[in-house]
Design a protein around this ligand. Structure first.
Ligand code: HEM
Length: 483
């Protein structure tokens, strides 16, 4: 009792009292992820601690301290937790991009970023890929309207388009034209997997592996869903391995090809001390898929819901596009700097949908002192994006959807340091450039072509389904062509 209620908590920031072995997991489960984290911020302040079983997690909730720690001293905060059993099991060891750290992470993050930059992240080549999908998406909506569909499920169409972009980047092909069945199968696997790992009980067991002995069905379920995903990705990787022509001279066109070429290059140079293994390739594909699909398509789905529920915002959105573009041509990155209201709506959507209820856990790699609290090396720590986005100090009237908060007195879009949907510091989102490009191109082109409104008999339910990211419930829309 002394150990649990006093000794293990000594020196750490305050927080809800943990139960022995379980920590605060039952409370999180009972209250829900989002209300729990907002509640403990209100009660215990900007720096607090909660417990996943026997492991403390220190959360930083105010912008000045986040900047002082995660940005100014980024290196110290760049670790990932040491014990992550489910994570390791689903990636065949500590592989991938999200949960690795140290030299493996430095080499692999650099490689992935360079690849994304090379194929045009934020530049034209990438834009062309996204615009291909935008064009298929617009045609498929038009086909539904022509067929007389009155209630269109835009969420499904967005999901397949976003999935096609990331799949093309990883494996060289999209799903929208003739591989829809494959997408729905993969989506089901991913959904099962994400539901599993988003479950607070699994997160808790992940950090306290001995608990799997008491809750064996949890381990079994996550193993089943991760094996399904593994089979899918390994099929793609193996077919690349079978077909790749190492003597070819063109630039690689997808991630798997770039990775296999790099591996071969290192082998040819006689370098054996590298991290380009087949397991690492599988882990990276899994991470890029997981991180790149649901996040972006959920953000776009929320944007559609907010513009349906706020017709006056949609009207202003349309009127800016009409004024600056005024035709059915593709709206591209080149137009972006003129579309101030569009940018403000996207920024407010990212704040308001507050996609990540609990940021990815990080680890301090050495002892640190934050605002008088002594945090020992290897403690799990994170900056809590979700409370920052709803903090009155940074966003007055946070529960209102107000794009104007991102416009200055001249109506020009202004970035805010307080808006951090992609996280900050060394571990900030690796796909930020791609995600920003996708959200902008899909949103602005969809709304250029269509007016989207609520089906009065079946309005969208704005209940938030919080797991790894926050998903809206399925909804339908009434779509009217504008051009
Ligand atoms: C709206 C879309 C997205 C949002 C809101 C988002 C948000 C985030 C957040 C909050 C993190 C954790 C940052 C931290 O640890 O502090 C993250 C990490 C990551 N994201 Fe994203 N993300 C999005 C899209 C994407 C896309 C499209 C990709 C892939 C191309 C991607 C790949 C990754 C990866 C690989 C990491 C781990 C980076 C590392 O640990 O070094 N994300 N993302």
């Amino acid at each position: 009792m002394f150990h649990n209620f006093y000794w293990k908590r000594k020196g750490l920031p305050p927080g809800p009292t943990p139960l022995p072995l379980f920590g605060n997991v039952f409370e999180i489960n009972r209250v829900g992820l989002e209300p729990f984290f907002h509640g403990i911020k209100e009660k215990y302040g900007d720096i607090h601690t909660f417990w996943f079983g026997e492991k403390p997690v220190v959360c930083i909730n105010d912008v000045p301290t986040i900047l002082e720690t995660f940005i100014k001293d980024g290196e110290t905060y760049s670790g990932r937790p040491l014990d992550m059993m489910v994570t390791d099991m689903s990636r065949h060891g500590r592989n991938g991009l999200i949960f690795i750290d140290g030299p493996r992470w430095i080499e692999q993050r650099r490689f992935a970023l360079r690849f994304l930059r090379d194929i045009g992240m934020g530049k034209n080549l990438m834009q062309e890929r996204v615009l291909d999908e935008v064009s298929i998406l617009i045609e498929s909506i038009k086909a539904k309207i022509d067929k007389g569909e009155k209630e269109i499920n835009l969420q499904n169409i967005i999901e397949i388009a976003v999935a096609s972009v990331i799949n093309a980047i990883l494996f060289g092909y999209g799903f929208s034209k003739n591989k829809q069945e494959e997408f729905y199968q993969l989506k089901e696997y991913l959904h099962d997997f994400m539901q599993g790992i988003g479950n607070p009980l699994v997160r808790f067991c992940d950090r306290n592996p001995f608990m799997y002995k008491l809750l064996p069905w949890i381990y079994k379920d996550v193993t089943r869903t991760s094996n399904q995903l593994c089979d899918f990705f390994m099929k793609q990787i193996n077919s690349h391995i079978a077909e790749i022509d190492f003597d070819g001279h063109g630039d690689p066109t997808d991630y798997v090809e770039a990775f296999l070429r790099k591996k071969k290059e290192l082998e040819n140079e006689g370098i054996i001390d590298h991290t380009f293994s087949d397991k690492q390739l599988f882990g990276a594909c899994l991470d890029l898929w997981i991180a790149g699909q649901e996040t972006t398509s959920n953000t776009l789905s929320w944007l559609v819901i907010y513009l349906m529920n706020n017709p006056e915002v949609q009207k202003k959105f349309h009127s800016e596009i009409d004024q600056i573009i005024g035709s059915d041509r593709f709206i591209t990155l080149e137009d972006r700097s003129q579309l101030h209201y569009v940018n403000a709506v996207i920024a407010e959507t990212q704040r308001f949908c507050n996609l990540v209820p609990l940021n990815v856990n990080q680890r301090v790699i050495k002892d640190v002192e934050i605002n008088g609290y002594k945090i020992p090396a290897n403690t799990t720590i994170l900056h809590q994006i979700s409370t920052v986005h709803f903090d009155e100090r940074y966003f007055p009237e946070p529960t209102k959807f107000k794009p104007e908060r991102f416009l200055d007195s001249n109506g020009k879009f202004t970035q805010s340091v307080n808006l951090m949907p992609f996280g900050v510091g060394k571990r900030a989102c690796l796909g930020e450039g791609l995600a920003r490009l996708e959200i902008y191109l899909f949103a602005v082109n969809i709304f250029n072509h269509f007016e989207i409104s609520v089906v009065q008999s079946n309005p969208p339910n704005t209940t938030r389904i919080a797991a790894g990211s926050v998903q809206p419930l399925p909804f339908v829309t009434k779509i009217t062509p504008r051009l």
